[in-house]
Design a protein around this ligand. Structure first.
Ligand code: SF4
Ligand code: SF4
Length: 278
């Protein structure tokens, strides 16, 4: 594991990560696109973010404990500028000056030309990889006509087939990931207001917690074994216990505005909950 605690790490993280451009597109607009499966543009020169659910699904698919993936550096954890611990897939050197995902492999022909790509973690590939280059735009309620994001141009890698962003995303088993992302976002918001994030915000007050304890608190979200809902509930329970043990009230923690109620993560994870607009 490479995580540290503090704003220094957070700023280093934000400057080191490679950005991606985003284009908003209608969810059901006809597209001419199909994945070639080569991985030439999506598995190279990218930083793949991981939320706790990504790590859990990846670990299950690899039949390995998440902790061992952290210990071996396959996954790294880093604080972001908001004091939220995020995960990243490791990369390895690729060609002379490039990088590739640690799970990326490729076949070459007799002349050494690349013929196809291979994801060695395909069944457990994270949300960022599923449906690439399209991603759900979570604020679809305020932008009902712009409900998907195209985050990259597949360039010469893609094939030409008539489809839509909705079909591409739904073909990649993303709905459970979206529900998990929504539930995680609600938990993070709760932790933020509870004073368990906000490393860089002078307007926010934090629970007094030693750096090692703060790191362990967040890391537990990534290494929990068992149902994902239990991991989120355990985190909320731990947050409530820390608040109760402090001499601070919820109103004295966090930033401006009212304390938020504890989220109902099981409702957010309910498979019956729709996650795309009709
Ligand atoms: S078509 Fe796009 S998503 Fe598919 S392998 Fe190529 S770069 Fe990746
Ligand atoms: S996890 Fe698989 S699909 Fe995602 S970047 Fe790595 S090799 Fe590519």
């Amino acid at each position: 594991m490479t995580a540290t605690d503090g704003t220094e790490a957070a700023s280093a993280t934000s400057s080191a990560r490679r950005g991606i451009s985003r284009t908003f597109i209608p969810l059901d607009a006809p597209l001419s696109w199909a994945c070639s499966g080569r991985g030439w543009n999506c598995c190279t020169d990218k930083d793949i973010p991981l939320r706790p659910y990504d790590v859990q699904r990846l670990a299950e698919a690899l039949d390995r404990p998440a902790q061992s993936l952290l210990d071996e550096g396959v996954i790294t954890l880093e604080w972001d500028g908001y004091g939220i611990l995020g995960g990243w897939l490791a990369t390895r050197p690729y060609e002379e000056t490039r990088t590739a995902c640690v799970f990326y492999d490729e076949a070459v022909d007799a002349e050494g030309n690349r013929t196809t790509g291979l994801c060695n973690a395909h069944a457990g590939r994270p949300e960022a990889c599923r449906g690439f280059p399209f991603q759900r735009y979570a604020d679809w309620e305020t932008h009902p006509d712009r409900t998907a994001m195209q985050i990259s141009d597949c360039g010469s890698c893609a094939l030409a087939t008539r489809t839509t962003a909705r079909d591409v995303m739904l073909d990649n088993d993303l709905e459970s990931y979206w529900r998990a992302s929504d539930a995680y976002a609600a938990v993070v918001q709760y932790l933020h207001k509870a004073g368990l994030a906000n490393l860089g915000g002078s307007a926010y007050r934090r629970l007094p917690l030693a750096p090692d304890a703060r790191l362990a608190f967040w890391t537990a979200l990534f290494t929990h074994r068992g149902p994902y809902a239990d991991a989120l509930e355990a985190t909320l329970d731990a947050a409530d216990a820390l608040i109760a043990a402090s001499d601070l009230t919820p109103a004295e923690l966090g930033g401006p505005g009212d304390a938020i109620p504890r989220p109902d993560v099981r409702a957010l994870l309910d498979p019956a909950r729709a996650v795309l607009p009709e």
